[in-house]
Design a protein around this ligand. Structure first.
Ligand code: IYR
Length: 229
């Protein structure tokens, strides 16, 4: 069993208030709106500690019962990256060329220009493979529950993407399917399941991205009118 901890509050330190809150919010939106998923990476080196701080930023995410049910596996070793690329491409070849992707799904991917080849898994200087901890394991080897695992790990991944963008790096939420090979190649325990694989680096010179537009505010937000009297 996990030892029961008691409620033990400390004072909250509020975030700084910008002088113009709307201008500040707009600036955050405009900066985030320049983020794109990138599939062509430069092999330019990126300081390991920059990626480690982005992982630390990700790990500030809220999580169910504060269980922090995530593991970030940092891979910079060329042999391991090659093994991951080979295994991912084996799976993706079956998806794209072996007829494993349903036709509706293939059609949905058409505008993204993706195919089975995943050279970025070797070109990007770092791969960060995020695992979800489906349940926890104490030092003594006893299992305990984690809560809202997918929501928690998804939020952490969002913070990770944001942190990378803030420091001029690019990434891609890559989900080679199926992903079980990552558990084996990265030697992760049975309670962990691969969640998202992030190649991390600088974009290749002349990198291109699909010409996509984001949904308008009307499409993503509904405002509930308050009482009129
Ligand atoms: N995992 C495949 C297919 C793929 C699926 C979705 I949903 C995407 O948004 C993009 C690709 C691949 O990585 O190519």
């Amino acid at each position: 069993m996990l030892t029961m901890e008691r409620y033990d509050p400390i004072p909250f330190v509020p975030p700084l208030r910008p002088t113009d809150i709307v201008a500040a919010a707009r600036a955050v939106y405009e900066e985030m709106d320049t983020r794109r998923s990138v599939r062509t990476f430069s092999d330019e080196a990126v300081a390991r500690d920059a990626v480690v701080y982005a992982i630390r930023a990700a790990s500030t995410a809220p999580s169910g019962a504060h269980r922090q049910p995530w593991t970030f596996v940092l891979v910079g070793d060329a042999d391991t990256k090659r093994d991951i690329r080979v295994a991912a491409e084996n799976e993706e070849r079956k998806n794209y060329e072996g007829g494993r992707l349903p036709s509706e799904w293939r059609q949905a991917l058409e505008p993204l220009g993706t195919d089975w080849a995943k050279p970025f898994l070797e070109t990007a200087p770092w791969l960060v493979v995020v695992f979800e901890q489906r349940y926890g394991v104490t030092r003594e080897g006893d299992r305990f529950h984690n809560y809202y695992v997918k929501e928690s790990v998804g939020i952490a991944c969002g913070l990770f993407i944001t942190a990378l963008h803030r420091i001029g790096l690019v990434t891609l939420t890559h989900t080679p399917s199926p992903m079980a090979f990552l558990t084996r190649l990265l030697d992760r325990p049975a309670n962990e399941r691969p969640f998202i694989l992030f190649p991390v680096g600088y974009p290749a010179d002349g990198a291109e991205v699909p010409n996509l537009t984001r949904k308008s505010l009307d499409e993503i937000m509904v405002e509930v009118a308050g009482p009129t009297t």
